[in-house]
Ligand binder design. Structure first.
Ligand code: CTP
Ligand code: CA
Length: 222
C-alpha cells in the first residue's frame, strides 16, 4: 500500500485548476471580458503544488504569476479553455474550476475592426458550453470535481442547484454581498457545500488562506 507523507499529502496526485477570466473576441481590437483577476485560482494551484500535487493550471488572461513549479497553460477564450480542460481532465484526480468563464460569446467575430458608421450597434451573442457541466458528465468515480458559484441573490439555493446540476463533489460559494469578497481583492469570504448540502462557512481572509481552506476540504474527501 502507498504511504502518505504528512507534509506532502498529494504527492503523486494530479490536479487541474482553472483561473482568470476569458476574453471573447468581437473584432481584432475588442473583446467581452470580466473583472476576474485570477488571484483565487492561482492561490489554489500554488497551494496544491505545495502539498506535493502535480498541478496543471489553465488560465485566462491575467497578470498573476505562480510561485510554485507547475504546468501552466495560457488560453484566451471560453472555447480554448474548454478544449484545454477536456484534454487534461481524464488524467487528473482532482479538478477545481475557479475560472470566470464567459457565458456568452459573439456569434461571429469580425475579421476587420468594426467602424463607427451606424448610430446604433448591437452584437449577437450565443451561449458558451458550460465547461464544468461537461466535466461533470465525464467524471468517473475516482475523480473529484469542485466548482464555484458567484451569486448576488438567493446565493445558497443557486449554489446548491449548480452543485447538483453539474455533478460536483463540492461547490464554493462566493457572494458579492459579502464585504471583502470578490474581484481584484486580496481577500475573500466563502461558504462550501458538499453533496449532502452540508454547509461550512468561513471567515473573511486572504486568498492564500482561503486556498488552504478549499484544499483542506478537498483533502477530507480523499
Ligand atoms: N463555468 C464553466 N463554464 C462556463 C460558465 C461557468 O465551467 N461556460 C463554471 C465556472 O468556472 C464556475 C461555475 O461554472 O466554477 C459557476 O459559474 P457561475 O457563473 O457562478 O454559474 P453559471 O453556471 O455560469 O450560471 P450563472 O452565471 O447564470 O449564475
Ligand atoms: Ca456564469
Amino acid at each position: 500500500s502507498e504511504t502518505i507523507r504528512k507534509d506532502l499529502p498529494l504527492l503523486g496526485k494530479k490536479v487541474l485548476v482553472t483561473a482568470g477570466p476569458t476574453y471573447e473576441a468581437i473584432d481584432p481590437v475588442r473583446f467581452i471580458g470580466n473583472h476576474s483577476s485570477g488571484k483565487m485560482g492561482f492561490a489554489i494551484a500554488d497551494r496544491f503544488a505545495s502539498l506535493g500535487a502535480d498541478v496543471t493550471l489553465i488560465t485566462g488572461p491575467t497578470a498573476e504569476k505562480s510561485t510554485q513549479q507547475l504546468n501552466r497553460i495560457d488560453v484566451v477564450s471560453a472555447a480554448q479553455m474548454l478544449a484545454a480542460c477536456k484534454k487534461a481532465f481524464s488524467d487528473v484526480q482532482i479538478t477545481v474550476m475557479s475560472a470566470a468563464v464567459a457565458d456568452y460569446t459573439p456569434v461571429t467575430t469580425a475579421s476587420q475592426k468594426i467602424k463607427k458608421t451606424s448610430s446604433e450597434f448591437s452584437l449577437e451573442l450565443k451561449k458558451t458550453e458550460d465547461i464544468l457541466a461537461t466535466l461533470g458528465k465525464l467524471k468517473t468515480k475516482n475523480q473529484l470535481l469542485v466548482g464555484f458559484a458567484l451569486e448576488t441573490e438567493n446565493e445558497e439555493e443557486h449554489a446548491k442547484g449548480k452543485l447538483t446540476r453539474k455533478n460536483l463533489d463540492l461547490i464554493v460559494l462566493n457572494s458579492l454581498n459579502d464585504k471583502g469578497a470578490g474581484f481584484k481583492m486580496d481577500t475573500n469570504k466563502i461558504t462550501i457545500f458538499n453533496k449532502a448540502f452540508e454547509k461550512t462557512v468561513f471567515e473573511m481572509k486572504s486568498k492564500t488562506e482561503v486556498a488552504k481552506d478549499i484544499c483542506s476540504e478537498i483533502l477530507k474527501l480523499i
